[in-house]
Write a protein that binds this ligand. Sequence first.
Ligand code: CA
Length: 413
Amino acid sequence: MPILLLGGWVLYSVLKLRLGGIDSGSRPKDFRENFVAGKPLTAATRNIRVSRASRISGFLVLSSTIAATLALSAFIPRHAAAANSAPPVAPKQVIIDTDPGTDDALAILLALNSPELNVRAITVVPGNVTAQLGLENALKLVSLAKRCDIPVAAGAQHPLFQKLITAEFWHGANGMANVEMPPTQCTVDNRWAPDVIIQTIHAAPHEITLVPIGPLTNIALAVLKDPTIVPLVKEVVIMGGSISGGNVNAVAEANIYGDPEAAQIVFQAGWRLTMVGSDVGERTPFTGKQVEELSKTHGPENDFVTSVLTYLVALSKKYGVDGTAMYDPLAVGAVIDPEVVETKPMQVSVETRGDFTRGETVANRRNAVERNVPHDGRLWIEALDEVKPNVQVAVGSNAERFSRLFISRIQGK
Ligand code: CA
């Protein structure tokens, strides 16, 4: 707009200058009067009119061209810039189901500081710590982030069919790396967590992304209570499982091992499910150097995260590992920015029996099985049958991209 005004001013000035020149010069008086009044000109002024008119029209063309060029030069880059910048994207509506837990705390604070996400609820499940301690920690975390507006609800008190296994061994006696947190200013939502999940999904059909970063008990209970939520969920992105060895034993990852029956219900429900497993989390470590970078900035959340990560990096070092695996934060990171993980579609089942494999996420890497048919008292392989993938399995991560994302969101908060 300023350029258009400038062009208009140039045009006006040129005209004024030329007509003013006629006024102030020695031209016959009737030229100005007749030109302005549109009257027929005398023979004496006709030649002047022709030459003046042609010069004026020349200036008109010239100044119009200048104005148009200036206007276009201002418009084109702005138009190109508008075409290059992505249109604003509405934040993803997420429910975080969590057992906080150190890495849960990091994941929750990452989510709460990311404009790409709108955290609609935090539901608490027992796992890393008891349901009661997990609830207290979740309330302290939302309070630390000054987000008492987010509903925090308690759900299951134990796994579906087995005893609860807690992990203070890794997460500290308080589940928060033994870091003292300020008392919460927030209050619990009195609804049962699976009901919060069900109600939130029905209130926003096809919009909710479930982000379970603990055992899958609450999610399974929600599906069992109201299976109609399944097609109404946008997607499910879990931290859990592994297709290349476990972190509990040879094959099982802790969240799945914590409630395999619940996990099998969630894996077979039929919704779009992405699995960010412990194997990929372990290939996405947060190192002492990165903690040092985060320690240079300050704020209540920044300082808390630095303390937790300092504890976790030291703990990993004790067991000979450089850097702490960003299990739960990577799953949240994959919701914020899907580019941080590489996924492949696979058919995955959760082993609920097995002498050595209970809790394993058994992934068919080639999505095919042999068809065996009885023949001559034995089984013959007759064909290869395709199986349908039910999970997008994370098989790799961009650790650098993720750590940059994480640090940038926590710095100074
Ligand atoms: Ca967790």
